[in-house]
Design a protein around this ligand. Sequence first.
Ligand SMILES: [Zn+2]
Length: 384
Amino acid sequence: MLVPMRCILETTETHDYAAGAFNVNAVCQAEAAVRIHEIFHAPAILQGADLANGFMGGRTDFMNATLEDKRKGAKNIADAVKRIAQDSPIPIALHLDHGRDFDSVKAAIDAGYTSVMIDGSSLPLEENIELTREVVKYAHERGVTVEGELGVLAGVEDHVFSLSSTYTRPLDGLRFFKDTGVDALAISYGTMHGASKGRNAVLRKEIAIAIKELLRHEGITGFLVSHGSSTVPKYIVDEIDDLGGRLDEAHGIPLDQLKAVSHMGIAKINVDTDIRLAVTRNVRLLFTRNPKLKEDMHLAPVWKLMDANPKAFDPRVYLAAVMDTVMYGTIPSESVRMLTDAIRDGVMEGIGRLLVEFDQVGKARFVQPATLDEMAERYRKAGI
Ligand SMILES: [Zn+2]
């Protein structure tokens, strides 16, 4: 069933775990992501990033996606997730990752997302609070969960880019929750966006502990989010390179540190790169094992893009050649079925091991599901 993300976040606190939140950019990825959560009886948070919605709207040059593209894409992914969620026994939240402005957020909510992020972290604090408060008002009236961001993460993620980090100040974090009424907050505490997080990433877990302590002191229930938290498994990077890719300097966040912070106040851990890597390795492997597919009517354009971009590990680069499959899940041939099977297996591998590591296995039954209307009523009564 589809639920507001807050329903899932609340159980991370009562049952001491962190929920992985995983980005999906195609219908078959959403199906596979839900399937692996079902297998592990885990609650699922699926994320569509702002510009990824442009891609799902048919915009292969998604960096230039317009609001109209994003509206169309948000609806494509939301329709698919709603359909999948209908028959699923586990709670599923659909969350907008890095919403850049009020219009993008509104497009996602109108399409059926049950949670949104508004990323005002590049703005001065007061403006960030103002924008986030405006989004919270619109979203909470509709029962939709809101995540904000405070502090700056280094690295690249679609249109989000910064050379260096500015760690979140705990007192600002408290104020942000108080002044905006936001449900969740992405903090900067040592993680980075992208596949090269440096050789020795160290998480400043004291920042998460301090904000949670301040919130407790004030009687506020707020959840902290760890962005840029892919682990970048070395075995997959090496396999991609063995299969003709050229990924250098790919280093993730050490898994033991993520596991530690999952018990220290981090409620949600965002992972995108791990899935992209596993999918890319599988698609390369598919072409290596079945060289004839390189000339296949449907898959030749995929191979051409992949071969021309050995450094690329973002599936959007080569899946741009099969947009009907991406956007609507269309399977026109057996060869495309082989491609989507390879993608699914990659998604399940990337997510499955983290569900186990983050202690998310078996937690679905603790989630108290609520409809958006019921959640809107809860916010109204609480005055937020
Ligand atoms: Zn992020």
